[in-house]
Write a protein that binds this ligand. Structure first.
Ligand SMILES: NC(=O)C1=CN([C@@H]2O[C@H](COP(=O)(O)OP(=O)(O)OC[C@H]3O[C@@H](n4cnc5c(N)ncnc54)[C@H](OP(=O)(O)O)[C@@H]3O)[C@@H](O)[C@H]2O)[C@@H](O)CC1
Ligand SMILES: Nc1ncnc2c1ncn2[C@@H]1O[C@H](COP(=O)(O)OP(=O)(O)O)[C@@H](O)[C@H]1O
Ligand SMILES: [K+]
Length: 480
């Protein structure tokens, strides 16, 4: 995933290599016109073109739509130069009429193409352009944004029905996804070498994750496919925090664990039936034959103790919720443990000494800092969830707000622990676990909308796994 600056550098490098930039613009506009046709057919288009190259893309799209017999009205900023001017001349040669942007008006049944600003935007829109963007949003018409909804990453910005990203996703496509609507990724002929950048954050794809899925040989048995120990829960005044470890156990089983051991306070319901129970008066590490642990779900004031006991096992461990404290993280770091931290913004803020709002504002930076400071793998939960380890960053594209309900994080911890137990390295277990958990939420939300139960998310994990394995469910964007 590129920052807008990194994308501009790639454009420049292509030009330095001798690659004609006009070709990129032609492909961009042509592919965007293809998406327009797919989504809106022959509906008349109103194209708003800025003076930069984003506007140029819009002018190319206008020409292709005209050639397809679509009625097009173009409002363009003055003073185009370079490729954008060539695009304008090509459009004029087709007999198109261009009107000044100041006169932009929209009619019923039309579709607005937003080609005002892309990666060249410097600072928030103000004055005329801010007003224009507000008018576009208020028009009630469908909006197709080229490359980026204009105004992003600031406000005001266009709220698009669909966005065609050119060459690669840029940060706002994932971090401000709500403004983008349906996402399309258009290949525009940029040399591949310029797009393969290990130093930039990745967006996890089904193609990259599929090979990581643990396969089961015919001879598999419950002791060979990964066993998980869950340590958590708390018993204080009355019985509290009893459900969280149970949900983690369900997450583990539904991700394919062979056996789940539950080390929980005495009095915790004996669920699920399939688990091996170790009822304890206080946090302790009972003897368990497992390959990974999930710790801290619903531990309350016992969370730190559970985590310290778990460390004695020397196993790959997921640390969640009440285990996420500085002393725990420091101890795991000192021990050189393989651990995956799964904080939400509040818990990450606690570890970083920041407010949850600060963390949520720049989750990429927060996840990277936490991974660097702890030396551990970090899953910063949210939308999008970010996985960080060392210098590596991965953004997860699955998941939706129906997952915003109690216990779904516990399910995720159990799921990641299972993948660790199956032998995946922490970064891979985290990326794959988060992707499948989000996909389970997506499949359920399509069926039921909001109002999910966390245990249903666990139950949908096998379907998500199957969808990834069989390829019936691709990435949540379309390639054109
Ligand atoms: N990715 C690729 O490989 C390819 C990318 N391509 C396309 O190029 C796009 C990038 O084009 P770009 O660099 O010309 O910038 P763009 O977004 O059109 O805006 C620049 C204009 O905005 C203005 N401006 C800036 N800030 C402003 C503000 N706050 N308020 C008001 N105005 C402001 C700025 O004015 P200036 O400051 O320069 O006077 C300038 O006029 C990219 O998104 C993609 O669509 C394809 O064509 C080909 C391959
Ligand atoms: N708006 C959202 N979009 C996508 N995923 C979400 C959203 N809200 C919550 N989630 C997911 O749901 C889970 C919630 O975890 P967490 O906050 O730890 O809940 P709990 O502690 O109740 O288990 C995380 O995996 C998170 O990424
Ligand atoms: K745009």
């Amino acid at each position: 995933m590129f920052t807008p600056e990194a994308m501009r550098e790639a454009d420049q490098k292509a030009a330095e290599m001798g690659y004609p930039s006009l070709l990129l613009m032609e492909w961009a506009g042509m592919k965007a016109a293809r998406v327009y046709k797919e989504l809106f057919g022959q509906r008349p288009a109103v194209v708003l073109a800025g003076k930069g190259n984003n506007g140029g893309d819009g002018l190319v799209l206008a020409r292709h739509l005209l050639l397809e017999g679509v009625r097009v009205r173009v409002y363009a900023a003055p003073d185009q130069a370079g490729d954008a001017l060539q695009a304008k001349n090509a459009l004029l040669a087709h007999g198109a009429e261009l009107y000044p942007l100041e006169e932009a008006a929209f009619g019923e049944g039309e579709v607005v193409v937003d080609a005002l600003f892309g990666t060249g935007l410097k600072g928030p829109l103000t004055g005329f352009y801010a007003g224009l963007v507000e008018r576009v949003n208020a028009s009630g018409l469908p909006i197709l944004a080229l490359d980026l909804p204009s105004g992003l990453p600031y406000s005001p910005h266009v709220r698009a029905t669909a966005t065609v990203a050119f060459a690669a996703f840029k940060t706002p496509h994932l971090l401000m996804r709500e403004a983008c609507g349906r996402l399309f990724l258009a290949e525009i002929g940029l040399p591949k070498a310029l797009l393969e950048r290990e130093d930039l954050p990745e967006v996890a794809t089904p193609e990259a994750l599929r090979p990581l899925l643990p396969r089961r040989p015919l001879t598999a048995h419950k002791g060979s496919v990964g066993r998980v120990g869950v340590l958590g829960g708390y018993r204080g005044d009355g019985l509290r925090y009893a459900g969280a470890p149970v949900l983690a156990a369900l997450g583990a089983y539904r991700m394919g664990a062979g056996l789940v051991h539950l080390a929980v306070p005495e009095g915790t319901p004996l669920e699920p039936l399939e688990a091996v129970f170790h009822p304890l008066p206080a946090p302790a590490l009972p003897p368990m034959r497992v390959e990974a642990l999930a710790v801290g779900m619903g531990g309350g004031p016992w969370g730190v103790l559970w985590a310290m006991r778990a460390l004695e096992a020397g196993l790959p461990t997921v640390l969640d919720a009440d285990a996420l404290h500085l002393e725990v993280v420091a101890a795991y770091r000192r021990a050189g443990a393989k651990a995956v931290l799964t904080p939400h913004a509040g818990e990450a803020g606690r570890l970083l000494g920041r407010s949850p709002e600060e963390v949520a504002k720049d989750p990429l930076e927060a996840a990277r800092t936490l991974a660097r400071e702890t030396g551990l793998t970090v899953v910063l939960k949210g939308n999008p969830t970010v996985v960080a380890e060392g210098e590596r960053l991965s953004l997860n594209p699955t998941g939706n707000p129906a997952l915003a309900t109690g216990g779904t994080g516990d399910v995720l911890s159990g799921a990641i622990a299972t993948l660790l137990a199956a032998g995946l390295p922490p970064f891979e277990a985290a990326r794959l676990g988060v992707y499948l958990h989000g996909l389970a939420g997506d499949l359920l939300a399509e069926e039921k909308g909001v109002g999910l139960l966390a245990k249903e998310v666990a139950e949908a994990l096998p379907r998500a796994r199957e969808a990834l394995l069989s390829g019936t469910r691709g990435a949540p964007w379309e390639r054109v």
